[in-house]
Design a protein around this ligand. Structure first.
Ligand code: AMP
Ligand code: ZN
Length: 473
């Protein structure tokens, strides 16, 4: 089956045909490193990783760029508020460069924990300032930008069409973004390319427009052109990038080069928590390390992400994540059983599995379909080394490190079946409360308490001999 992807630009699934037959050039919007990345962010980077792996599985080589935003991302995507880096620096009483390095390193560690392959080029915005200045100059030269007392603005009215990615009407966009109309702007939806720095702004550079700093959208345009050229194949990001960030990136590229920079624009839907938004105020912006503390291995979270198509919302719950943890254990266990098996499985059966798997991944990365094939192979009654090899082959796309299954199973079992004295007092108290509830036949309360206990990383099983407590890893 041909490789197809849904293209946000054309609003349909299209056959993938790269500009260069063998080498795919791809750009992914990376994190803004002012805080810890949360599991929602990582759903988008897992999607990016799977895309890389699917392309490689299809025989392509990759030149993939991911940026690290360490300047210019204001609190609102629509040029309002403070630079997120400067705000974090003030709050933590550090310099913004220290903040950026600290959170970038943790982000890269988390990527490794999730076995997200590193893009060939990772580049920080602050390492691309001359390229960004050149980009603004090109836009001005072509008549698409103008200067105000606040900075250099892109003149949207000069474009043939805006927006091009979203079907939104501009009036909605303005109302949605609640943009304060700046009287110096020619059109309310013009956006800042380059921002003149206030006196106390730490990150600022000499430029033809005085001491100033880049707007967030500009960095991706300039870095894309620097490393991949004016036209490349794929551009990825989260769904929230569609209405503003990617629209503006396209506008900038049209202004500077007259071209839309990427042929295929791909976006990952949101991860929700308990059916709602992830937000700091709700305290549910969980990190990868937090999941680990709760007994959920990062690769179990990756497996959890494969339970929905990347263009559908995915709802994170701890119950779901513990389910994924158990499923990961079952997958590793099946691999070992196949590896030790000597039963005969026909080559035709192996090819059939392989074809089905390929059809799913090549159909706009249908990972739920692909996982159904993985589970068929894992659960095959016949235990065969050929099936173990097949799982390793599929793992080139999954990135679940199946070859190290024994190591993980060992790690998981060590933390299980803990003795009574190792159970923290808080959990013991909850178990006692649950026992009382059960004695009182208050099943609702007992269920509720089991969930609370689970959310703290422990599972309980009621047996004839009493309760067995296990730690979830
Ligand atoms: P940021 O660091 O805020 O620029 O976000 C990094 C990436 O995570 C972007 O591609 C966002 O679109 C994406 N993102 C943010 N929140 C979520 C979420 N809840 N689910 C999936 N992706 C998200
Ligand atoms: Zn970007």
């Amino acid at each position: 089956m041909n490789l197809t992807f849904y293209n946000t630009l054309t609003h349909k699934k299209e056959e993938f045909k790269p500009i260069d037959e063998k080498l795919v050039k791809m750009y992914s919007c990376g994190p803004t490193v002012y805080s810890y990345a949360h599991i929602g962010n990582f759903r988008t980077y897992i999607f990016m990783d799977t895309l890389r792996r699917v392309l490689k599985y299809n025989g392509y080589k990759l030149k993939h760029v991911m940026n690290i935003t360490d300047v210019g991302h204001l609190e609102s995507d629509a040029d309002e508020g403070e630079d997120k880096m400067e705000k974090a620096a003030r709050k933590e009483n550090k310099n913004p460069y220290e903040i950026a390095n600290y959170y970038m390193n943790i982000f890269l560690e988390d990527m490794e924990k999730l076995h997200i392959d590193r893009p060939e080029i990772i580049t920080k915005a602050t390492d691309n300032i001359p390229q960004m200045i050149e980009y603004v100059k090109d836009i001005i030269k072509n008549g698409y930008a103008y200067e105000t007392s606040k900075g250099i603005y892109f003149d949207i009215s000069k474009l043939d069409k805006y927006p091009v990615l979203s079907n939104r009407e501009l009036d909605d966009q303005i109302a949605g973004a609640r943009v304060e109309v700046d009287p110096e702007k020619r059109n309310p939806y013009d956006f800042a390319l380059w921002i003149k720095a206030p006196e106390n702004h730490i990150m600022k550079w000499e430029s033809p427009w005085g001491l100033s700093y880049p707007g967030w959208h500009l960095e991706c345009s300039a870095m894309g052109r620097r490393f991949l050229g004016e036209e490349f194949d794929i551009h990825t990001g989260g769904i929230d990038h569609i209405p503003t960030h990617h629209e503006n990136e396209i506008a900038q590229a049209k202004g500077a080069t007259g071209k839309i920079p990427a042929k295929y624009w791909m976006h990952c839907e949101y991860l929700q928590v308990d059916g709602g938004k992830m937000s700091k105020s709700l305290g549910n912006t969980y990190t990868v390390s937090y999941l680990q503390e709760k007994g959920i291995h990062p690769l179990a979270f990756k497996l959890f992400c494969f339970t929905a198509h990347y263009r559908n919302k995915l709802n994170f719950t701890f119950d779901g994540a513990y389910g994924a943890q158990k499923a990961l254990e079952r997958l590793y266990d099946s691999y070992i059983k196949h590896l030790n098996g000597n039963e005969v499985v026909e080559d035709s059966k192996i090819n059939e599995y392989k074809e089905k798997f390929m059809d799913y991944i090549n159909d706009d990365m249908n990972m739920t379909g692909a996982m159904s094939v993985v589970w068929e192979v894992a659960r095959n009654e016949k235990k065969s080394k050929k099936l173990a090899e097949l799982l390793l082959d599929f793992d080139k796309v999954l990135g679940l490190d199946i070859k190290n299954s024994p190591k993980y199973l060992n790690e998981f079992s060590k933390n299980k079946n803990i003795s009574l004295e190792d159970i923290p007092d808080e959990i013991k108290k909850l178990i006692e409360e649950r026992n009382d509830a059960r004695l009182n036949k208050d099943w609702a309360k007992s269920d509720e308490l089991r969930k609370v206990i689970a959310s703290k990383g422990y599972s309980i099983k009621d047996t004839k001999e009493g309760i067995i407590v296990t730690k979830n890893i």
